[in-house]
Design a protein around this ligand. Structure first.
Ligand SMILES: Nc1ncnc2c1ncn2[C@@H]1O[C@H](COP(=O)(O)OP(=O)(O)OP(=O)(O)O)[C@@H](O)[C@H]1O
Ligand SMILES: [Mg+2]
Length: 689
């Protein structure tokens, strides 16, 4: 059995579906304040990120590059210009308007850059020491850039003290922004992840809570692995959307808008040229993501197969070894393993190409920037600082576009997941009536019941019988005849397509099932023990059943002596630390569970099949006690159970073929007689009836 793993075709993406999106967002509504906070933080982070290259630009343009220009002109080109050589003026670069500056550059009138220091104080004194470099002008001592090369570094730094100080301030501002960005980013990630995890928690609770209420007829049709995937993986895929897409997308859009704004402000033409790259980047990114997604989901499909194969082999290891299938098993595994390896490598190759290709695109843009932008700086079309800032902004422009393709993938995956999850949540819960059955007397009636698990594949055909309160009824019949099915209908797990099942005269459809089930107990054909200790498994965590009742029940079915010998007695964990119970012991435990519930009527499904004859006698005695005064329906292959029944129903191929006491049925020499001959002849003979 490999029920634990998805047989699931990994579905590729799904187009945007706003109805689904709205339903998903509904889960986020309780946390909308957190999302708003994350969005606010996103705004802050974007502003900071935009500001950081600008600081670098400022450092370059207003500090590192000498601010004064020597301009050739007959008259002062702007106010504040001071004469230098005959026919030239010194001008502060930033005082020139952009068109004027460009005009001057094109006419070749801008000559050298100058350092100007105050004409008084320590700097002036220092400047006077280098008379061949500095000349006194109305704005202070001025020296052309090339003359500065003759001055020793230490003096130069002192001459440019204010610039050094400004550099310090800018560096501090840069570090300050770094710290702030770290804090805001941390806050944002935390807020988003917190909200995301809460949504995840809520969704898992909703899905599991709904699974608990689904009818058996639905659960029968679902592979367990698929439902497990719904409650875990699919929910996680939706969480991705909330944490990676919802806020990030807006943040990325904000970033693109901000970068474009600054870039256009710095230089329109350069920006337009670089924008020519965006279609390539977008197309490439989306094309690669598509390939990556296909490769990834192919790898996931094979991984599911590997998991299923390992799980199946582990649970059947005994059989594999016994039938010496190790070699075949190794071979099959090697095959799956190999295809997983290939799928992984494909996925890795796609990603391995994707990153570098995008990087090449970005660097091509950078190369263009250096070529075109460098010329611009040389011709004075824009500043060196702007060029430096552009190299950062260009990355900040392209990254969100690359992100966009990933976000689109996540969104599509979330759509698929959401469709599946809402598929479960929309599945109608087990229908139940409202009528409570206060004191179940235990009268069960099947009235012309027809039932099929699937369509018209009738498992029960026109079955009618009545069990009186306090009566003991045994059901016998060949394997697959529909005995367990009758019990499923009696407990309300399934509803008949035709006919009616009644309890105490009330149609089971009208009955409040939870209320009804509280009053009965089932000892199922396949024992199920929950992880938990032995006592809890007997009491079923029911506060109503007192602790001693577990022990009393265990004594009644004769498993007490064994249980106290377990390492921690009744507190022994059933599934942990290797404490395993034998199949017979499990059945006794299951029987004790029914006894402890002290039900009005009790349903047994071959509960005594795996018990030795000595224990069986003990159990029989316990059953006698449990069944006394209660209604009981027992599916039994055991002679003792059948013999003590008030009435025996014989089921064959979904039909009730015979009915009566053991003696009556044997006298008829029908199917029951034949079964009896086959199964119990020897047993019956030895008990010497
Ligand atoms: N959940 C289910 N979905 C579909 N078909 C089912 C389901 N459970 C049982 N069946 C089918 O219904 C028929 C009756 O099954 P049922 O379990 O009632 O037999 P049974 O009389 O209890 O047999 P056994 O003596 O082996 O326990 C079988 O053919 C079986 O394949
Ligand atoms: Mg059965």
């Amino acid at each position: 059995m490999n029920g634990h793993h998805d047989h699931e075709e990994e579905q590729l993406g799904k187009a945007l579906d706003f109805r689904l999106l709205r339903r998903m967002v509904r889960f986020a509504r309780p946390y909308r304040l957190l999302f708003a906070a994350a969005l606010l933080l996103a705004g802050g982070i974007t502003v900071i990120e935009l500001a950081m290259p600008y600081i670098v630009k400022m450092a370059v343009d207003s500090v590192l590059v000498l601010p004064w220009l020597e301009v050739q002109a007959d008259a002062p080109p702007v106010a504040g210009a001071v004469p230098y050589d005959p026919g030239t003026f010194l001008v502060l670069g930033r005082h020139l308007s952009e068109p004027l500056r460009q005009a001057l550059e094109e006419e070749g009138r801008v000559r050298r850059r100058f350092l100007v220091v105050s004409s008084a104080g320590a700097e002036a004194e220092l400047a006077r020491r280098y008379p061949e470099a500095f000349r006194l002008t109305p704005v202070g001592y001025a020296a052309p850039e090339e003359a500065l090369r003759e001055i020793p570094a230490a003096d130069l730094l002192r001459l440019r003290l204010s610039a050094v100080q400004m550099l310090g301030v800018l560096t501090l501002a840069y570090i300050g922004f770094l710290v702030l960005r770290f804090l805001l980013t941390y806050g944002q990630v935390y807020t988003l992840q917190y909200a995301g995890q809460r949504i995840l928690y809520d969704m898992r609770r909703a899905v599991f809570g709904h699974l608990l209420r689904l009818p058996m007829s639905y659960l029968d049709r679902q592979p367990v692995g698929r439902l497990v995937t719904r409650a875990t993986n699919d929910v996680a895929a939706i969480n991705e959307m909330f944490t990676q897409v919802l806020v990030r997308l807006l943040q990325d859009l904000l970033m693109v808008a901000g970068v474009l704004g600054i870039m256009f402000h710095l230089n329109v033409r350069l920006t337009l040229i670089l924008l020519a790259f965006t279609p390539f980047i977008l197309v490439l990114a989306f094309w690669f993501r598509e390939r990556a997604r296909e490769a990834y989901s192919a790898a996931r499909r094979v991984l599911a197969r590997i998991n299923a194969y390992i799980a199946e082999s582990l649970s059947g290891m005994g059989i594999i070894q016994l039938f010496r299938q190790e070699e075949r098993s190794r071979k099959s595994f090697a095959e799956i393993n190999q295809s997983f390896f290939r799928a992984q490598m494909r996925s890795i190759t796609v990603y391995g190409v994707f990153g570098p290709v995008i990087s090449v695109m970005q660097n091509l843009a950078l190369a263009l920037l250096i070529w075109y932008g460098g010329r611009g700086v040389l011709s004075g079309a824009f500043t060196l600082g702007a060029l430096v800032a552009f190299t950062s902004y260009i990355r900040m422009l392209f990254q969100p576009m690359v992100n966009l393709s990933e976000q689109y993938n996540i969104l599509q995956a979330a759509m698929v997941a959401a469709e599946r999850i809402f598929g479960i949540l929309d599945e109608p819960a087990e229908p139940t009536g409202a009528q409570s059955v206060p004191a179940v007397r235990g009268e069960i009636e099947f009235d012309h019941v027809w039932f099929a698990y699937n369509d018209e594949d009738w498992v029960l055909k026109d079955v009618s019988f009545k069990v009186a309160p306090g009566e003991r009824v045994a059901i016998v019949g060949p394997t697959g005849s529909g005995k367990t099915t009758i019990i499923g209908l009696t407990l309300g797990f399934y509803r008949p397509q035709l006919g009616t099942v009644r309890v105490d005269g009330v149609d089971l459809r009208e009955v409040d099932l939870r209320d009804y089930r509280r009053k009965l107990a089932l000892v199922p054909q396949e024992v199920f023990l929950f992880s938990g200790d032995v006592a809890e498994n007997i009491r079923m965590w029911d506060g109503v059943v007192p602790a001693e009742a577990a022990e009393r029940a265990a004594k009644a079915v004769g498993v007490h002596d064994h249980l106290v010998q377990l390492p921690e007695g009744y507190r022994t964990q059933v599934k942990e630390r290797g404490v395993r119970l034998s199949v017979g012991e499990r059945q006794l435990l299951s029987l004790a569970r029914a006894v402890a519930a002290d039900p009005k009527f009790i349903v047994l499904d071959e509960a005594t099949a795996n018990i030795d004859s000595q224990t069986e006698a003990q159990v029989q005695e316990a059953l006698e006690r449990v069944m006394a005064g209660r209604t009981s329906i027992a599916i039994a292959h055991r002679l003792s159970t059948i013999r003590n029944a008030d009435r025996v129903l014989v089921i064959h191929e979904g039909k009730l073929v015979e009915e009566g006491t053991v003696e009556e049925l044997l006298a008829r020499k029908g199917l029951f007689w034949a079964l009896w001959q086959l199964q119990f002849a020897e047993d019956g003979g030895s008990s010497g009836s």
